[in-house]
Design a protein around this ligand. Structure first.
Ligand code: ATP
Ligand code: MN
Length: 477
């Protein structure tokens, strides 16, 4: 007989039909009740074992973590907490789990501890929910873009352009690090390296994405990106996934509309398809918040926060307006920011972004028209000579979740800006070609996938929303 997933079994009307289920034991009570989980849903299936007619030695092997195959009849459950249960007629232990050594015994484990056993944490309620939601968010993103005729482009992971300057890069090399070939002046001779030049892991697929947008109109990328930035925060990973749409004929307003629509679409998708997982994660957050002083607890539950996001238009504000709000804020006057806001031109820290979102506007905010000095070379210059058509979307609890802009499509402006910023144009001739042959207004943005998952699951550390996080001094599994 074919195995049925527990998610299906739990939805089936019981009628003494025979079913085969396979999964892992979460708990085994009174030598009789197995809580079986197969990852298809947060809920366990109760399996009742005929303990009087089962050899003691076999019962002893039903331990937490063991893999079981069970054949039984599906009946209405007499116990509380579940509609159906399976009365086992036979079962087989597929894989034992030594109770002495298996660390995930049924009790509360801290997230920090579970990070150390990340190879097993998929099997917990919390991480089961997180990674099911993560999967659905990825699917919803592809669905969103496909419904709108976007072409999914795979941009390279190894690149030789180090011009973007989005972050520090990881070098890729096959040279002998202990004895690399050198040029006469003593510098390492990368012409002898695998690619015949110096190469790195990509920090963003945007520049290549723009090339494709100049043919397909609307494209997006969804792939891993790497940043060797030494930021040990709860929002930064050295390896993370990014979604980067790029659209020909879009201006900054079209760009903001699309980003807002995308975020709302995927949040709605998660709410529709993951009620049970999100309920569980909402409870988890509530428990976590109880540890905090009243003043630091959030006013909304996770589910309310997600609903709230859907119900409200994101507040669109210029950087200049934001700076005056921050400068005039009591927070600033009472010197509660670590970095006080005095001057126009200052880069906003996460504390400022979160103040705007959580304290001032109390909803997601889109900041636009940043000073050109703190943004990348490719952003379209405004007529004021000071600002560029940038946009960052700021979310509660997260800070920046999206960074984007309308791109500078005017060749002369772009080259001038590159020269000002000491970006070698000869390395980016291929990029400049898009401005030479059929240039048009266009725009795009980057959405950090883990920051999205962080927001939707209500987890508080980005290390807990990617299976195997890579951060400074940490690359396990
Ligand atoms: P931040 O200021 O938070 O470091 P950034 O300005 O470096 O972000 P961008 O270069 O604009 O970010 O990247 C686009 C998006 O990618 C960000 O809005 C964010 O969602 C995500 N992102 C950037 N860096 C990281 C990182 N180290 N780990 C996880 N996500 C990231
Ligand atoms: Mn960064």
């Amino acid at each position: 007989m074919k195995r049925i997933r527990i998610k299906e079994v739990l939805k089936t009307t019981p009628n003494n039909q025979t079913v085969v289920v396979k999964g892992w034991v979460r708990t085994f009570r009174n030598s009789q009740f197995i809580a079986l989980n197969d990852g298809s849903t947060a809920s366990n299936l109760q399996v009742v074992v005929d303990f009087e007619n089962t050899p003691e030695a076999l019962l002893k092997r039903i331990t937490t973590g063991a893999a079981l195959s069970i054949t039984g009849v599906l009946i209405a459950s007499l116990g509380k907490g579940q509609a159906v249960e399976v009365k086992a007629t036979s079962f087989e232990i597929l894989g034992d789990s030594d109770a002495e050594r298996y660390v995930l015994q049924p009790k509360k484990h801290s997230l920090e501890f579970l990070r150390e056993v990340a190879h097993l944490r998929f099997r917990t309620n919390t991480f089961g929910a997180v990674f099911r939601v993560r999967n659905s968010l990825a699917f919803a993103i592809h669905q969103f873009f496909n419904e709108r005729g976007f072409v999914y482009i795979h941009t390279p992971i190894v690149t030789s352009s180090d011009a973007e300057g989005a972050g520090e890069m990881f070098r890729v090399t096959t040279l002998d690090v202990n004895n690399p070939p050198r040029q006469e002046d003593g510098r390492i001779d990368f012409s002898q390296d695998f690619f015949g030049k110096s190469t790195n892991l990509t920090v963003s697929g945007q520049l290549e994405g723009e090339l494709a947008a100049m043919a397909f109109g609307d494209i997006y990328t969804f792939g891993p990106t790497f940043r060797a930035e030494n930021s040990n925060t709860t929002r930064h990973l050295a390896e993370f996934w990014m979604i980067e749409p790029e659209m020909a004929f879009y201006d900054l307003n079209d760009n903001m509309d699309l980003a807002e629509e995308l975020l709302k679409y995927v949040i709605q998708y998660a709410l529709t398809h993951h009620a049970e997982d999100l309920e569980l994660l909402s409870q988890r957050l509530l428990e976590e918040e109880k540890q905090k002083p009243q003043a630091e607890r959030s006013e909304l539950s996770l589910l309310e926060k997600l609903q709230f996001c859907l119900a409200n238009n994101f507040e669109r504000v210029t950087y200049t307006e934001a700076i005056s709000i921050l400068r005039e804020s009591n927070h600033n006057k009472k010197k509660k920011f670590n970095y006080l806001i005095n001057e126009w031109g200052a880069d906003l820290q996460s504390e400022h972004e979160r103040y705007l979102v959580e304290k001032h506007f109390k909803k997601p905010v889109i900041l636009t028209d940043y000073p050109k000095a703190i943004k990348a070379f490719y952003m379209r210059q405004n007529d004021d000579g000071k600002t560029v058509r940038a946009m960052d979307i700021l979310f509660p609890g997260i800070g920046e979740i999206v960074g984007g802009s309308q791109r500078e499509e005017r060749l002369e402006n772009l080259v001038t800006r590159m020269n000002e910023m000491n970006i070698p144009t000869h390395e980016l001739e291929w990029y400049l070609d898009t401005r030479r042959f059929g240039a048009c207004p266009h725009a795009g943005f980057g959405l950090g996938f883990e920051r999205l998952v962080l927001f939707v699951t209500g987890m508080t550390n980005i290390r807990d929303v990617i299976p195997f996080p890579r951060t400074p001094k940490n690359c396990e599994f």
